[in-house]
Structures are given as structure tokens and as C-alpha cells.
Design a protein around this ligand. Structure first.
Ligand code: SF4
Length: 71
């Protein structure tokens, strides 16, 4: 493997990893958004949940009231 092949392989690896991370992030965000209507897979631990701004569950309303994040 020469230097050019090594750099190309490295670039492909980095691009592939970036696409996988981006896909995982988008999928995780969608799963959290779906939880607002059908249930909560985080056991009501709202801190750090990506759906807290849109969620209307009692746990989320309490979290927003206590932390002053109500709109
Ligand atoms: S904001 Fe809270 S209650 Fe709503 S989905 Fe997230 S963790 Fe569950």
C-alpha cells in the first residue's frame, strides 16, 4: 500500500464513520420523538431527552416546571 492508497483508505473510513454517526443521531432523535405520543423508553428521566421540548407527558411537564424551561 503506497501513501496515496493509504490516504484514500483513511478518507473513506472517516467518511463512512461520519455517515454512520449521522444516521445513528437522526434515528435516535426520531425514536425519542415517537416516544412522546406512544410512551417513554427513558423511564421518565427527562434530563437529556431530545424530546423534552415537545413532550406533554406528566414527567416532562414536571421537569420543565422545576427547571424553569416552560415556554
Ligand atoms: S421528555 Fe421525559 S417523559 Fe417525555 S419522552 Fe423524554 S424522558 Fe420520556
Amino acid at each position: 500500500m503506497n501513501r496515496k492508497e493509504f490516504l484514500l483508505t483513511g478518507c473513506r473510513f472517516v467518511a463512512g464513520a461520519a455517515f454512520m454517526l449521522m444516521g445513528g443521531y437522526l434515528l435516535h432523535d426520531k425514536i425519542d420523538t415517537d416516544n412522546t405520543s406512544s410512551g417513554c423508553s427513558r423511564s421518565g428521566v427527562c434530563r437529556g431527552c431530545g424530546a423534552v421540548n415537545k413532550c406533554s407527558r406528566a414527567e416532562a411537564l414536571s421537569y420543565k416546571r422545576v427547571t424553569g424551561k416552560e415556554s
